[in-house]
Write a protein that binds this ligand. Structure first.
Ligand SMILES: [Ca+2]
Ligand SMILES: [Ca+2]
Length: 244
């Protein structure tokens, strides 16, 4: 009896740290391909910096071509494997948040750092900067699906609401699904700025205090217990920010 033909269930990408954002071989190009291949994807990252340089031109963009890196492979997994926290760096250059995870994509980040993201909207397509609440400077996770941060640095990201809009999740905003933070993941020096005129020197929305995640919002540096733990941010969105 002939064995069943092996199907390509896993795609592997190896983008280059030095590639210009959006060019062949770049992280963005790999993500664009991974988003539409209807496979589980592994994206191997080198030591070095993957810097974003393509800003949004007509408000928030959710196709992955501009601004934040949109992860769109619904019902598939996307796994980003770096060479180490602080060794592989994904730098958003404050053009937008760094990663935007669309609903039902299961994402793992491992052994890397996500930094210099700035969110100026809530992820709604075409939303103009400052027209909505600012969510998720480093990562915005929309909808269902699992997110794992394994030995990740999530640092120096900003949700920038401005004078009127609230800001939630300088580092990470997740409204639904599951989030697992483990193995030395370090979330620190992220900021949520704005909302209602601000409090305490302009750091505005303290919404994290309304959440259930006591101890997960407690300071400049935050480290998960070594065993990891799935969070269920369904009852109240949780977002991690710098405590000012
Ligand atoms: Ca987006
Ligand atoms: Ca985008």
């Amino acid at each position: 009896m002939e064995p069943l033909e092996e199907r390509a269930l896993l795609a592997v990408f190896n983008p280059l740290a030095g590639a210009l954002d959006g060019a062949a071989g770049s992280l963005r190009a790999a993500i664009l391909a991974a988003n539409t291949n209807a496979q589980n994807d592994t994206i191997n990252l080198q030591a070095g910096t993957y810097a974003l340089s393509l800003a949004n031109v007509a408000g928030q963009e959710n196709l992955g071509a501009l601004g934040d890196l949109d992860l769109r492979g619904a019902n598939f997994s996307m796994t980003f494997l770096g060479a180490g926290q602080g060794v592989t760096i994904i730098n958003g250059a404050d053009l937008d948040r760094v990663f935007h995870i669309l609903p039902n994509v299961n994402v793992t980040f491992r052994n890397l750092t996500i930094t210099n993201g700035t969110a100026v909207d809530n992820g709604t397509a075409s939303a103009a900067a400052g027209s909505t609440e600012a969510r998720g400077g480093g990562i915005l996770k929309d909808g269902a699906g699992r997110l794992t941060l394994d030995n990740v640095g999530l640092t120096e990201n900003i949700a920038a609401g401005g004078g009127i809009q609230a800001a939630k999740g300088g580092g990470l905003f997740a409204a639904l699904g599951l989030v697992n933070i483990l193995n030395g993941t370090s979330i620190g020096q992220n900021q949520a700025l704005g909302g209602g005129g601000g409090r305490r020197r302009g750091v505005g929305d303290w919404g994290g205090r309304r959440g259930r995640w006591n101890g997960w919002r407690s300071g400049w540096r935050w480290r998960q217990r070594p065993w990891g733990q799935w969070l269920r941010p369904t009852a109240a969105a949780f977002f991690l920010r710098r405590a000012h």
